[in-house]
Design a protein around this ligand. Sequence first.
Ligand code: CA
Length: 406
Amino acid sequence: MSTAADRLATEGYGPENLPYASFSPTGGEHRLGVRLGDRAIDVAALAAAVEGLDDAARSAASAPDLDALLAAGHGTWTALRSWLVEVVTTDGLDEAVAASSYPVEGISLHMPFTVADYVDYYASEHHASNVGKIFRPDQAPLLPNWKHLPVGYHGRAGTVIPSGQDFPRPKGLRPEPSGIPSFGPSRRLDIEAELGFVLGGAAAAGEVSLERAAAEHLFGVVLFNDWSARDIQAYEYVPLGPYLGKSFASSISLWVVPWEALEAARVAPPAREHALARYLDDEGRDPWGLDVTLGVSVDGHTITHPPVSTMYWTAPQMVAHMSVNGAGLRPGDFFGSGTVSGPEADQRGSFLELSWGGQEAFALPDGTEMTFLQDGQTVTLTGTAPGPGGSVIDLGECTATILPAT
Ligand code: CA
């Protein structure tokens, strides 16, 4: 007798992880999948073969993506995950699991959920400080509000795109020394290495507490590359914030790692410099920081490892902040953490910081000199977190190649 986990698990994709995707086998229809090792399990097919899943979860599992599960709420997604963990760790069910699964190298992945509202935060102190030093060298690096609330802006949900979808270099108005902008392709195309938070369960009246955010609304995480055209951004952002410099493409990884899979990765966030308003105050609460380490590679060369554990603001604080004014939360709402940068130079999550505003070119291991991105370059984000008992939670990858401007 053996379990599916014994037979199929690989490091990073054991029964502790079980990330979800929308996938199709060659020529097949989209369906909800869960990953164990190098196999994508068709959740609906498994539910038909192995009993024990309640009707609400069975119904959500028969959808082509995560939308129904996000709408069904945390009780249903908790029930589905508990059942999946039990099935893949029960002796004698390995044949049923194997028969309901496909090798991941032979499947196509699709957008795992429909993005409702997308908010991009700015939660890394090291990133915000670096940007402040680069753009406002004569002022304090952090603006006065930064440690009192998680700064964010509403982004464009419709241009959150799946990993693997390449896109052309964006065009727009670029600042020029004369003061008159020029129109053309961005000369300062950048990445932002972020963690993305996928939310579920409706909260129509807003005012979601930190505890309710963590227990009922945070469904999962993805890797998130919030591509940014720094020249377009620099010209347009005054006084209302980023717009076209960010909204052309924002890539997400396609295996959504359940929030529950990151239980062993939870760490205390940095010490709070100011007492926080009641709705944000996490003093003495459960720790909601995450010990996720990102990796950023350019054309296969890994150049930086941003540590999510250094983020000042946590995901539950982002939910509490978004909703405190009464704004409702919808299933499929999506938050970017903001660029993750650690204190060290090789922990910076953008080329803006790695090249210090484009002033300090750096070399890739093959000798290529870099400041911002060139056409044809491929950027890939990866990420891992500690799982229970020494296991590893792999977040997969988020990749795209820059095509020439149209
Ligand atoms: Ca961002």
